[in-house]
Design a protein. Structure first.
Length: 303
């Protein structure tokens, strides 16, 4: 359903697209799953992009020794301080346990044969550089889609990391070609209460519908998280003292479990529409319906 709604906006003849995570961790898994759906519907090339929390990639030594650990190299037409490309996939067990769930490690371990995988400096020129990329006299991408798991991009202020990334892409997107945002699993990040998603308006973006995450999408998330060693097999045993899972479940797992109607913790007071999931080191109150929801937005600039 998500892919069908997306294709209604970007068209079925798009040849080259970009799907980017707006968050710094497991949003890139959601992005890859969306991209795989687009490829399955006939889009021949979709690039992926993971933003990193820095102004320049050299701040993370990604132009030095760390580039080898994450299989990174410059792309000829892009500033290497802003954007680098993965040239191989690093097995997830090559990353230290405490680093395996970070955005850079996840991005470097993805397997993707339908385009390039990039990392970009979120607080620098990375997002705008990718958005403004050119192929001669025309824009490089036929479309771009930002993916936010949890929906904080809709509820938080301009200084929220997801918003910084989204605004960076939007500032560099000068064409009238479709620039989309999908916010899914609303509340799953634990940073916004369910009531905050009522009557949301995102300046510069037009709502173009909402849908539910389907079982097939949830199954794809499960497979990817399992391959990366990021699926918690026993969420009911969660503890904030756990050295690996103490922060909580990954947002894609919370979405997948909600779609399957698997809820490890009931809400206090037996509220039928509310549940609890571990995020940010504690059990957070979430809404079952919102966790299954995906909202689509279209950039209004130049339209």
């Amino acid at each position: 359903m998500i892919i069908r709604h997306l294709l209604d906006q970007i068209g079925h003849r798009s040849r080259r697209g970009l799907v980017f995570a707006t968050g710094g961790s497991a949003d890139i898994i959601l992005a890859k799953t969306i991209a795989a759906g687009l490829v399955g519907e006939g889009c021949p090339r979709v690039d992926l992009a993971q933003p990193l929390n820095c102004r320049s990639l050299s701040q993370k030594d990604l132009l030095g020794d760390a580039s080898n650990r994450h299989a990174l190299e410059p792309e000829p037409d892009l500033d290497p301080e802003a954007v680098l490309r993965h040239h191989a996939s690093i097995p997830s067990d090559h990353h230290a346990d405490h680093r395996r769930g970070k955005g850079l490690s996840i991005s470097s371990s993805l397997e993707w044969d339908h385009g390039s995988r990039y990392v970009c400096a979120a607080h620098g020129q990375g997002p705008s550089s990718l958005a403004g990329r050119r192929d001669g006299e025309v824009p490089y991408y036929d479309f771009a889609v930002g993916i936010d798991g949890g929906g904080d991009v809709l509820t938080h202020g301009d200084d929220e990391f997801d918003r910084v990334v989204l605004d960076g892409f939007r500032s560099g997107w000068s064409s009238a070609r479709p620039l989309m945002l999908i916010a899914m699993g609303l509340g799953a990040d634990g940073g916004s209460a369910p009531a905050e998603f009522d009557d949301v308006v995102l300046e510069g973006w037009r709502s173009v519908g909402d849908t539910e995450v389907e079982i097939a999408f949830a199954d794809a998330l499960h497979r990817e998280l399992d391959r990366l060693g990021l699926w918690n097999e026993s969420p009911t045993s969660w503890s904030s003292d756990d050295p690996y899972w103490g922060y909580g479940l990954k947002v894609p797992q919370i979405i997948a479990l909600a779609v399957r109607n698997e809820f490890p913790f009931d809400a206090p007071g037996g509220e039928p529409d509310l549940v609890m999931f571990p995020r940010r080191g504690e059990l957070k109150l979430m809404n079952k319906r919102l966790l299954r929801e995906a909202r689509l937005f279209l950039n209004e600039v130049n339209r």
